[in-house]
Design a binder for this molecule. Structure first.
Ligand SMILES: NS(=O)(=O)c1c(F)c(F)c(S(=O)(=O)CCO)c(N[C@H]2CCc3ccccc32)c1F
Ligand SMILES: [Zn+2]
Length: 263
């Protein structure tokens, strides 16, 4: 579609001019405020299947100008929801080298350094993600908050190839790895709400699960993520850094935000 950016004349305050859903209801991300949360004892631990991929399998790592995204194996899925949701891709949102604050969801207004999204589609009802992406029960995204701390070996399976996809539309085949290692240890503690894609076309089609516990990456790993990529393609004379690729938090309105845990 038309090119959109996070800032400037095509920035997020203008998305709704070309993408009407971006100005509509049920938008993501949101601020996960304690006094908004409702503990829901029926929320079961998230169960993922086949996340531990073999290194013999190859995945496509790409720079789409908005994020770094990794294609995922269709053998991967979430099995603990009402329908089975099959994995499609994962990608990240981050701040900038000088400002490690680029998560999309915030917790009591605290913005984390970055955020990982693992995008799945309802494969019980739809044949592929393109069909599912604009359906109210189409997508389930797992959100993982990322903070700077201990070195993260799993993250390096992606970072060690990132200098091969510096420019928009560059792709590279990479060996698969254990994607479960990118998720926090506890999959039983999470926030849950009905929301949207956080990029245009902003379809209100996402069942959001944001894990309570962040994962860590080292400062060097964060800098590699935040300082390597360009949103422009290799031919463009003026290179534009890909950073601060996060949408601001959106109005919750009268949505219920559930928590699987008691504060
Ligand atoms: N934060 S988020 O999880 O809402 C989210 C993104 F932030 C994001 F950038 C992308 S994208 O495909 O890389 C670019 C714009 O769709 C998708 N892409 C998804 C939605 C549309 C689609 C179609 C095919 C494959 C993946 C996706 C996305 F779901
Ligand atoms: Zn995302």
């Amino acid at each position: 579609g038309a090119k959109w950016t996070y800032d400037g004349p095509q920035g997020q305050d203008h998305w709704s001019q070309h993408y009407p859903y971006c100005g509509g209801a049920l938008q993501s991300p949101i601020d996960l405020k304690s006094d908004l949360l409702r503990f829901d004892p029926t929320l079961r631990p998230i169960e993922v299947q086949n996340y531990n991929l073999s290194p013999n399998e190859q995945l496509t790592l790409g720079n789409n100008g908005h994020s770094v995204q990794l294609s995922l194996s269709p053998t991967m899925s979430i099995s603990s929801l009402r329908n089975r949701y099959t994995a499609a891709q994962l990608h990240f949102h981050w701040g900038s080298p000088s400002r490690p604050a680029g998560s999309e969801h915030t917790v009591n207004s605290k913005q984390y350094a970055a955020e990982l999204h693992v995008v799945h589609y309802n494969s019980d009802k739809y044949p592929n993600i393109s069909t599912a992406v604009d359906k109210s029960d189409g997508l389930a995204v797992l959100g993982v908050l990322v903070e700077v701390g201990m070195f993260n070996p799993a993250f390096d399976h992606i970072l060690k190839f990132i200098n091969r996809i510096m420019y928009r539309d560059q792709k590279v085949k990479v060996p698969a790895f254990n994607i479960r290692a990118l998720l926090p240890t506890r999959l039983d503690e999470y926030y849950r709400y009905d929301g949207s894609l956080t990029t245009p076309p902003c379809y209100p089609s996402v069942l959001w699960t944001v894990f309570r516990n962040p994962i860590t990456v080292s400062r060097q790993q964060f800098l590699t993520l935040a300082a390597t990529l360009y949103s422009s393609n290799a031919q463009d004379s003026a290179s534009m850094s890909l950073s601060n690729n996060y949408r601001k938090t959106q109005p919750v309105d009268n949505r219920l935000v559930l928590a699987s845990f008691k504060e």
